[in-house]
Design a protein around this ligand. Structure first.
Ligand code: HEM
Ligand code: HEM
Length: 225
């Protein structure tokens, strides 16, 4: 069996899948409130009658929002405390991701990559920003639904508009994220989000800066024993 290298611990996988599942549920239940499923008769399909029931889609939206916020707060605290900022964008990432995409299309050489490719760091910032936007505007919309709070029409309008813009950005980010796996080389990363490990040869070839660092850390740890 090919050698593997550990890429993600349990925390990262827990956050990724909680965000992924809650995001799908939020998009689905949010569209239900628009209310798309009555209009396009999705609720006429067998077993999907509940999709046009506002109280059900609202309850799903609230529970999924709670899960998303929990995962985002946990993620920020966890990586903040560990001072682990490997996925944040760096200067020159836009240019570098252009080089990586050209290399995947067969033109030129790929640069030496760190743990994440430049476009993954950009994807993270884009999706992270969009998620924060729907969370902040979503919280305003929750407060508006409570009797104790009343907001001006302008605030309600902007919260609703930006909430919908946020959803649109998330859908674009998600399509780009899943689209990345159409490229064969990116598929080596898939097992990492399930088992935590990726192929060692792949890591040495494509994420050399990171694998070198892991090799050095392994040697240091062994030396300290
Ligand atoms: C079936 C759905 C999904 C699959 C198979 C999937 C797969 C993956 C994999 C394999 C990675 C790790 C890449 C690495 O190790 O470097 C990753 C990272 C990431 N995922 Fe997902 N993902 C899915 C859904 C989502 C959703 C719904 C979101 C958020 C809306 C999301 C946001 C992210 C972010 C921000 C990263 C880090 C940046 C990046 O690698 O692009 N993912 N995903
Ligand atoms: C991926 C994340 C999310 C997506 C795609 C999303 C999408 C939507 C959509 C399409 C609507 C219906 C249109 C509207 O009334 O503006 C909606 C409504 C709403 N969303 Fe979200 N949302 C997300 C996250 C959140 C979060 C995190 C919260 C709370 C913190 C939240 C709270 C609400 C509330 C309170 C409503 C209005 C319910 C009502 O009073 O009719 N959403 N969302």
């Amino acid at each position: 069996m090919a050698d593997k290298i550990r890429r993600h611990g349990f925390s990262v996988r827990f956050v990724h899948w909680t965000v992924a599942i809650s995001t799908f549920l939020l998009i689905f239940s949010g569209m239900g409130q628009m209310p798309m499923y009555k209009r396009y008769m999705v609720d006429q399909l067998p077993g999907l009658g509940w999709t046009s029931d506002y109280s059900i889609t609202l309850a799903i939206h609230y529970w999924a929002a709670a899960a998303l916020i929990l995962a985002v707060v946990y993620h920020l605290v966890y990586h903040g405390l560990r001072r682990d900022f490997a996925i944040l964008p760096r200067r020159g990432d836009i240019k570098e991701s252009g080089r990586i995409i050209m290399a995947m299309l067969g033109r030129g050489e790929e640069p030496d990559n760190d743990k994440y490719l430049a476009e993954q760091r950009l994807a993270y910032a884009f999706i992270g920003f969009s998620l924060l936007l729907v969370i902040v505007t979503g919280v305003i919309k929750v407060l508006k639904n409570l009797l104790q709070f009343s907001f001006s029409e302008g605030v309600v309008f902007w919260a609703t508009t930006l909430h919908n813009v946020g959803m649109f950005l998330i859908i674009i980010g998600l399509m780009a994220h899943l689209g990345a796996f159409l490229f064969k080389d990116n598929r080596f990363l898939l097992p990492g989000m399930f088992t935590g490990k990726v192929d060692l040869d792949y890591a040495r070839r494509r994420h050399r800066l990171w694998s070198d660092q892991m090799d050095k850390k392994g040697a240091d740890d062994a030396g300290a024993k």
